[in-house]
Design a protein around this ligand. Structure first.
Ligand code: SMG
Ligand code: MG
Length: 367
């Protein structure tokens, strides 16, 4: 594995639809792309940090600062022979997992391309197709939400997740159960509740949800354990799980029965695989989260989703739900059975449209 040059680009793309969560509304995605060049090969990584520090404390500006000032110089100097050496080489930098992941995941792409095999193969994947679900934002009315659920079910998606917050929860779930019956359904609160809301959250038990994702604080484990003891519905943790260590604490405490894996949140594929394996050893299923990625980050996510313990449909859906056109050709598509084929070419196995990428670029720097 040889890295001669690291290119960073800051891009901004309009979203096909507004996406509203408990922490705000999003109309565009602003993100950093990483391109590695070496030995006649190029490889890609996408940083999932957003413009705003609302999902996590990292932003595009903090990631740019950390990558250019600290991580890229380390990567160029350390000359790793395998991508599993990259995350440990960043040890001196505390936190900033999304910045670390962008470089680390690009290194996995480069390594797989050097070997001439699909990324899924070097990660330990076992599947040629992955099961796809959708994440549906908060809407202005229950009728609008119902329209969106119907469209996604007709497209074949294997499960529906709706975003919830206090005031947009029990009624929305009841409406979906009444109109769509026993579909695979879950909710994601993005940390909008506290333990004081436990009675309200327990009302959701009557609807047989697959899980409630991250109901409580983004750093919390212990309150989730208390809440899980009161709920029949499994809790799935997202924001709280930023390392294998916290994943272990959460499992030991009984704070969750499912974990959402996002390599950006965990610092890359090495740590994601560790959490995947830890969950498998404890009998917890995992699924792959989404961060409104372009086709580049989406391709990485598809490859990781092929590992054996990704047994639940993830938030990895078709390109056309996010960006038209996407940055990759062809875009990611979902088959009528709700699955996505894993690219079979070397590395992430998708072609990046450099012209579109250039047109969306706000800022660039080469290291
Ligand atoms: O990529 O479809 C997607 C978004 C999935 O709901 C999603 N992501 O908490 O899981 C989550 C959110 C985080 C991103 S909100 C901008
Ligand atoms: Mg979530």
């Amino acid at each position: 594995m040889k890295i001669d040059r690291i290119e960073l680009r800051l891009l901004r793309l309009p979203l096909v639809r507004v996406f509203e969560t408990s922490f705000g509304r999003q109309t565009h995605k602003t993100f950093i792309l990483v391109r590695l060049l070496g030995d006649g090969l190029e490889a890609w990584g996408e940083c999932v940090a957003d413009e705003t520090p609302y999902y996590s404390s990292e932003t595009t500006d903090t990631a740019w600062h950390i990558i250019t000032g600290f991580l890229a110089p380390t990567l160029l100097a350390s000359a790793p022979t395998h991508p599993r050496e990259v995350f440990p080489s960043f040890h001196a930098v505390r936190g900033h997992n999304m910045a670390k992941a962008a470089l680390e995941m690009a290194c996995w792409d480069l390594y797989a391309r050097t070997e001439g095999v699909p990324l899924s193969q070097v990660l330990g994947g076992v599947r040629t197709r992955i099961a796809s679900g959708v994440s549906i934002g908060i809407h202005d009315s229950l009728d609008q939400l119902a329209d969106r659920v119907r469209i996604e079910l007709e497209a074949g998606y294997r499960r529906v997740k709706i975003k919830v917050k206090p005031g947009w929860d029990v009624d929305a779930v009841r409406m979906i159960r009444e109109r769509f019956g026993d579909i695979p359904l879950m909710v994601d609160a993005n940390a909008a509740y506290t333990l004081d809301d436990a009675d309200r959250l327990a009302e959701l038990d009557q609807f047989g949800l697959m899980m409630i994702e991250q109901p409580l604080d983004y750093e919390d484990v212990s309150d989730h354990a208390r809440l899980q003891a009161r709920l029949a519905t499994p809790i799935c943790l997202d924001e709280s799980i930023h390392s294998p260590r916290v994943a272990k604490d959460a499992i030991d405490a009984g704070a969750c029965r499912i974990i959402n894996i996002k390599p950006g949140r965990l610092g890359g594929f090495l740590e994601s695989i560790r959490v995947h394996d830890l969950c498998a050893a404890h009998g917890l299923p995992v699924w792959h989260g989404g961060m409104l990625e372009s086709g580049i980050g989406r391709a990485h996510n598809i490859h990781l989703s092929t590992l054996p313990n990704f047994t639940l449909p993830g938030d990895v859906a078709a390109s056309k739900r996010y960006f038209v056109p996407d940055l990759i050709v062809p875009p990611v598509e979902v088959a009528p059975d709700g699955t996505i084929g894993v690219p079979t070419g070397a590395g992430i196995g998708v072609a990046v449209d450099l012209e579109r990428t250039a047109r969306a670029t706000l800022r660039a720097e080469t290291l």
